[in-house]
Design a protein around this ligand. Structure first.
Ligand SMILES: [Zn+2]
Length: 235
């Protein structure tokens, strides 16, 4: 379980993060394009998280459950806004906060992965499903790398640390999922994770005004890339 989690989550996240030094050397104009790409990709993931939040166990009549999910979403937003306010909005810090947000969402994914693994290894580890998962993890790592590059703090120790914060919760979630922790728990963490995406999205939109057309084109490309990756999962 641990080996699978490391292979499908930690390694691709670190791979995405390892782009940080190269991103840090880029011209601001080129970075606007990368911002757009990441914004588009995260926008798709945001929509995906929201649907995962809504689909797992929400009964229309169950107001308490619905309230818990809404509170988790709002909590995700508010907690990260609070962290930014208390800890400072320096880009390097923002990379840390965002890694924590990805970690919350990884915990939710882990619970689902753990469930799936108990249902059968062959089904859970279909090559296209794994590829799809790995690609989206690279994108998550890349999104953290963009913020690291902005702060010009891109050392390998920080890469390893932030990859751990972002991806290791998946292993913990997988263990919880394997022991059949209620799937409802993953909905709560998806909602928290979606709240953290709502918090971070504007950070990737800030540079839009510099090159609106390039940013928008890159955004559409990023959105499509992750959408196609997600489609692989369904095949
Ligand atoms: Zn994810």
């Amino acid at each position: 379980m641990l080996a699978v989690s490391l292979a499908v989550a930690y390694v691709p996240t670190l791979l995405g993060l390892s782009a940080a030094p190269a991103l840090a050397r880029m011209q601001p104009d080129d970075r606007t394009v990368v911002d757009g790409l990441v914004f588009g990709a995260l926008l798709f993931l945001f929509a995906d998280f929201m649907s995962l939040t809504a689909n797992l166990g929400v009964g229309a009549a169950d107001l308490i459950w619905r309230g818990a999910l809404l509170a988790s979403f709002a909590g995700g937003l508010v907690v990260f806004a609070g962290l930014e306010r208390l800890g400072g909005a320096a880009p390097a810090r923002l990379a840390v906060w965002w890694a924590v947000g990805v970690g919350l969402h990884s915990l939710a994914e882990g619970i689902v992965v753990g469930h799936n693994l108990t249902l059968g290894l062959a089904q859970a580890l279909r090559p296209l499903a794994v590829l799809s998962f790995v690609l989206h993890k690279v994108v998550e790592g890349l999104s953290v790398a963009v913020l690291m590059a902005r702060g010009q703090r891109t050392g390998l120790p920080l890469q390893v640390m932030l990859a751990s914060v972002a991806a290791l919760p998946l292993a913990a979630g997988a263990l919880l999922g394997a022991v059949r922790l209620a799937g409802a728990a993953s909905s709560i963490f998806y909602a928290l994770g979606a709240g953290s995406v709502a918090f971070i999205l504007p950070a990737f939109a800030a540079s839009r005004s510099r090159h609106p057309a390039a940013w928008t084109a890159a955004g559409a490309a990023g959105f499509l890339f992750v959408a196609v990756a997600a489609l692989l999962h369904e095949l």
